[in-house]
Design a protein around this ligand. Structure first.
Ligand code: HEC
Length: 140
């Protein structure tokens, strides 16, 4: 009887050891695919001079600077869903677009759970391109 209990306790203990790792893997939203900067084609966006140049790629910059929170599954999208409705939660495909001056204000000053982003994190040239991209009505 006692031996059976000890065996059962050992079995439970060893189960317990392997479970936390499995549970951690299952928890939370799936990770966002983010290739390293070096893997991207085109302008060298790690070069600070090119980050200040006009004519940045708004789509790429939005995905790069804002995507971790504002693509599907991001915490920005999740916070916005109950506030503005699921059809408006993804900024890049919000019907009618997002007004450019509103984007500029929110990014520099922050809003609720979103921190304001400095000119080091997002340069003015990058933000101009992002705001123009988000202002487009991209339904479809
Ligand atoms: C750290 C995560 C995070 C990053 C990075 C981030 N945001 Fe946000 N953003 C949020 C959250 C969270 C909210 C919702 C704030 C709230 O309602 O409390 C939000 C809200 C907004 C809103 C307001 C939308 C509305 O309907 O009122 C805009 C516009 C916006 N973000 C634009 C951007 C842009 C552009 C970038 C990139 C330059 C960016 N955000 C980067 C988390 C983020």
């Amino acid at each position: 009887m006692r031996a059976t209990l000890i065996v059962a306790a050992l079995a439970l203990a060893s189960c317990g050891d392997s479970e936390p790792a499995a549970n951690q893997q299952a928890a939370g939203p799936p990770p966002v695919e983010m290739p390293p900067l070096e893997a991207e084609q085109g302008a060298d966006i790690t070069d600070s001079a090119s980050r200040l140049a006009a004519n940045q790629d708004g789509t790429r910059m939005f995905n790069r600077r804002c995507g971790v929170c504002h693509l599907a599954g991001g915490m920005g999208t999740n916070v916005l869903t109950p506030r503005v409705g699921p059809e408006n939660a993804l900024l890049a495909s919000r019907p009618g677009g997002v007004p450019a001056d509103y984007v500029q204000q929110v990014v520099r000053n922050g809003l609720g759970a979103m921190p304001g982003l400095s000119r080091v994190e997002v340069t003015d040239a990058e933000l101009d391109a992002i705001a123009a991209y988000l202002a487009e009505d991209e339904v479809g």
